[in-house]
Ligand binder design. Structure first.
Ligand SMILES: C[S@@+](CC[C@H](N)C(=O)[O-])C[C@H]1O[C@@H](n2cnc3c(N)ncnc32)[C@H](O)[C@@H]1O
Length: 198
């Protein structure tokens, strides 16, 4: 399958366009230092979680500037301190590559979402079988996990989302220009949890 080849700026633009789609009570998991704030619709009621203390401090500063944000939660996606069916949408950019257990994290995402709630995920993903990129990803992941805050280069995130019951309405599989081992496969996923009448 041929996938569209883009550069970093084009990816940023697509990512912002996706993040801008969510409405209502929005949970951002692994929100980092708050890069996505500039992309959210101004009416969104933002809740964020971030386990890294340094990033969370910066995130808290940005959250205070946002009219409808609560203080970021010190939590991991595998154990979200929110009630069942309490948010309308969940956003995660470059987080499913980092969480310790994607299946557990996605089950938690599903639990806190209202039925039919929206999910937006953006991440780099495992390259197709029999490619040099995939071989490099497999070899490099144990090192990347140690030096890049738990980042896995070899996750099949589209499969994990499907296994968790999420259904995509706009799934984009792209490649981003990169050196030296060729383009990085990316997944941009706009989908919904089961249930609801949407
Ligand atoms: C590559 S950064 C992405 C940050 C931000 N989402 C962005 O796009 O700029 C990955 C983030 O996930 C956080 N993280 C790591 N493990 C996590 C977990 N189990 N649950 C939630 N967030 C986690 C890290 O602390 C880090 O801030």
């Amino acid at each position: 399958m041929t996938t569209l080849l883009i550069d970093d700026d084009e990816l940023d633009e697509l990512e912002r366009e996706l993040v801008a789609r969510v409405r209502g009570r929005v949970l951002e998991i692994g929100a980092g230092d708050g890069e996505n704030f500039g992309a959210f619709d101004p009416g969104v009621a933002w809740i964020g979680l971030e386990p890294d203390a340094k990033r969370r401090a910066e995130l808290a500063t940005r959250a205070r500037e946002w009219r409808h944000a609560s203080a970021p939660l010190d939590a991991r996606a595998e154990s979200i301190p929110l009630p069942d069916a309490s948010v309308d949408a969940v956003v995660g950019t470059y987080v499913l590559c980092s969480v310790a257990d994607p299946a557990v994290a996605l089950a938690e995402v599903r639990r806190v979402l209202v039925p039919g709630g929206r999910v937006i995920f953006v991440d780099h993903v495992l390259a197709p079988p029999r490619t040099l990129k995939r071989a490099v990803q497999r070899v490099a992941t144990p090192i990347a996990k140690r030096v890049c805050h738990g980042c896995h280069w070899d996750r099949d995130t589209e499969r994990a989302l499907a296994d968790a019951g999420f259904v995509g309405s706009d799934i984009r599989r792209l490649r981003v220009r990169s050196m030296p081992f060729g383009p990085v496969p990316m997944l941009l996923f706009d989908g919904r949890a089961p249930g609801g009448d949407v």
